[in-house]
Write a protein that binds this ligand. Structure first.
Ligand SMILES: Nc1nc2c(ncn2[C@@H]2O[C@H](COP(=O)(O)OP(=O)(O)OP(=O)(O)O)[C@@H](O)[C@H]2O)c(=O)[nH]1
Ligand SMILES: [Mg+2]
Length: 187
């Protein structure tokens, strides 16, 4: 069975824990390490394209005081969700820094998805603006609501699918091309 570690990064309060819990508690998924024990880190299993896949979820903050722990967590993750809140420009502005943090710690550009959470709230960041940033990052954009569950399952399944298709290993930094054909998934 495929097994991936997914790290959720984003500013304080964007909904990292809410997204992880919403995904894990989705009735279609099978949480075998209960999130109640440690809501910052747990495993769930999910069907991806008809095959079972184990997803290990970790959450990461931008806290300077634990930079070393943070980098170690990033290093053991395979794929990344870079989360902001569509109702908070301050959280959107921090995405670039989170992406740099990942690329620096990994030494490569791993599969990532930009996630605009709190889709149920009043919008401060347009889809176009976020789409431009995601295109610059060379990764998809998906807007979600952990409150209503909209697109939450999809964002994890999409990432798992990306990880499966790049299972040969991440692209090295020196071969990166930030402007290569970007797929921008906007819902
Ligand atoms: N309206 C709305 N509220 C949300 C959504 N996702 C999370 N929240 C709320 O936002 C607040 C923060 O959510 P958390 O999941 O704790 O955010 P976090 O990113 O884990 O926060 P930290 O761990 O403190 O950095 C909580 O009050 C959540 O209920 C969403 O999609 N819509
Ligand atoms: Mg949290």
């Amino acid at each position: 069975m495929d097994s991936f570690t997914v790290a959720i990064l984003g500013a304080y309060g964007v909904g990292k824990t809410a997204l992880a819990l919403r995904f894990a508690l989705n009735s279609h998924n099978d949480v075998y390490s209960p999130p109640y024990a440690n809501i910052e880190e747990f495993c769930t299993k999910v069907m991806v394209a008809g095959r079972r896949c184990e997803v290990h979820i970790i959450q990461i903050w931008g806290d300077d005081t634990s930079a070393r722990m943070r980098d170690l967590s990033i290093q053991r993750a395979h794929g990344f969700l870079l989360v902001y809140s569509i109702s908070s420009r301050a959280t959107f502005n921090q995405l670039e820094g989170f992406r740099q943090m990942v690329v620096r710690a990994k030494g490569s550009i791993p599969p990532m998805i930009v996630v605009g959470n709190k889709l149920d709230e009043e919008r401060e960041i347009t889809v176009e603006e976020a789409g431009e940033l995601a295109a610059r990052f060379g990764c998809p954009l998906v807007e979600t609501s952990a409150l209503t569950a909209e697109n939450v399952n999809r964002v994890f399944v999409d990432l798992a699918r990306m990880l499966r298709s790049t299972a040969g290993g991440p692209e090295p930094v020196d071969r990166k091309n930030k402007h290569k054909g970007t797929s921008c998934v906007i819902v």
